[in-house]
Ligand binder design. Structure first.
Ligand SMILES: NC(=O)c1ccc[n+]([C@@H]2O[C@H](COP(=O)([O-])OP(=O)(O)OC[C@H]3O[C@@H](n4cnc5c(N)ncnc54)[C@H](OP(=O)(O)O)[C@@H]3O)[C@@H](O)[C@H]2O)c1
Length: 331
């Protein structure tokens, strides 16, 4: 195995604004695993907003983190066999050497495209699953609003809430995102429309029961004000603070939390790590039954990753963004 590893690295420190020209493909020589390590051929890696936050700590030349799926090419441990399929945080690269304990061996399902293991069945799917089933816990017929609803997490959260019997309204930023969500049977309002709060009110004249929040900020303020007594907020993410690194305060009367007995709960998918297999099985079952889908923007090649990431952090991406390294035919 004499392949040269390629990776995407920062061309300037991550505390500066991140744009496509601040990320470049570089060759890193021929990687060889040491004792206890595995060499993985990465097939796909996921682009996620958290990577923007982690980049703030990275210097020029460093490679951003990313959840990835790949196959073990060489192993120097009895724990993981050559040829095994693995998941792990392997970064924006096509070949990775990591300690064996940093990867999880799994058996790909023949009817589930490999890229879904870093999307639908990866961090975004797992986050949506636990935020909906464990934090929001909608009863049948309840009205649930999801912000960032066409994004990687939001589109799954909206569909899972609907599968649990809730009535779901997404909040999105453009007509094409609205159309993408409607393909999965989810109605939405566009937060750039002047009258979006009136549309929300018309959809839920008696108020909203639960809110899956990916964005925080002004949009969330208006939704929180419409929560009914005993309403729940599952705080998943705060996209409004992503670029600046500063999270704006909600402009609400916080006394509402008391007078309406509201529950605001932040959560992280990793809080439920021990239950990932159960969640993946449930998500895969819905997918294989045709009841759950994740719209994916599959980006071909490391060279395209920087531009795709710039789109992601500026809300120009529809659906989940996943980079194919070229290991699989076509990607
Ligand atoms: N808690 C956890 O364990 C966990 C795990 C994974 C992700 N997350 C968080 O969940 C959130 C959603 O992640 P994701 O993977 O679904 O992201 P994504 O695919 O990029 O979607 C996020 C959506 O947020 C909307 N948005 C609103 N304000 C924005 C802004 N100022 N800049 C950029 N986008 C903005 C955009 O939709 P519109 O244009 O339609 O408004 C965008 O489609 C993020 O905050 C992420 O950090 C949390």
């Amino acid at each position: 195995m004499n392949d040269v590893a390629r990776a995407v690295r920062l061309t300037r420190a991550g505390r500066q604004p991140v744009t496509a020209d601040g990320l470049e493909v570089t060759e890193l020589g021929t990687p060889r695993p040491g004792a206890g390590e595995v060499l993985v051929r990465v097939h796909h890696f996921s682009l996620d907003p958290y990577q923007r936050i982690r980049m703030r700590e990275l210097d020029t030349g460093e490679v951003p983190p990313a959840g990835a799926v790949g196959q073990v090419l060489a192993s120097r441990t009895a724990q993981v066999a050559e040829g095994a399929w693995v998941l792990g945080e392997l970064g924006w690269r096509d070949l990775a050497v990591v300690p064996a304990e940093q990867v999880e061996v799994f058996e790909p399902h023949p009817d589930v495209p490999l890229h879904h293991y870093v999307g639908l069945l990866g961090l975004s799917g797992l986050t949506a699953y636990f935020g909906t089933t464990e934090v929001l816990r909608p009863d049948a017929g309840e009205r649930i609003v999801v912000s960032g609803a066409s994004g990687g997490v939001g589109q799954i959260a909206a569909q899972v809430a609907a599968l649990l019997g809730a009535r779901v309204l997404g909040i999105v930023g453009s007509p094409d995102k609205q159309a993408a969500l409607l393909e999965r049977g989810i109605e939405s309002v566009i937060h750039r429309d002047q009258d979006w709060t009136e549309q929300l009110e018309a959809w839920a004249p008696d108020g909203v029961d639960g809110y899956f929040d990916n964005v925080w900020g002004p949009v969330s303020s208006r939704v929180v004000e419409r929560l009914r007594p005993l309403g729940r907020i599952a705080l998943c993410g705060q996209m409004t603070g992503l670029s600046s690194g500063r999270v704006p305060p909600l402009d609400i009367d916080w006394y509402l939390l008391l007078t309406r007995s509201l529950r605001l709960q932040g959560f992280r998918a990793v809080d439920y790590r021990s239950r990932y297999p159960e969640a993946r099985a449930a998500l895969a079952r819905w997918y294989l039954d045709g009841r759950l889908e994740q719209k994916v923007r599959l980006v071909a090649g490391l060279e395209q990753a920087g531009a795709a990431f710039e789109d992601l952090i500026n809300a120009r991406a529809t659906g989940k963004t996943i980079v194919g390294t070229g290991a699989a035919p076509g990607y």
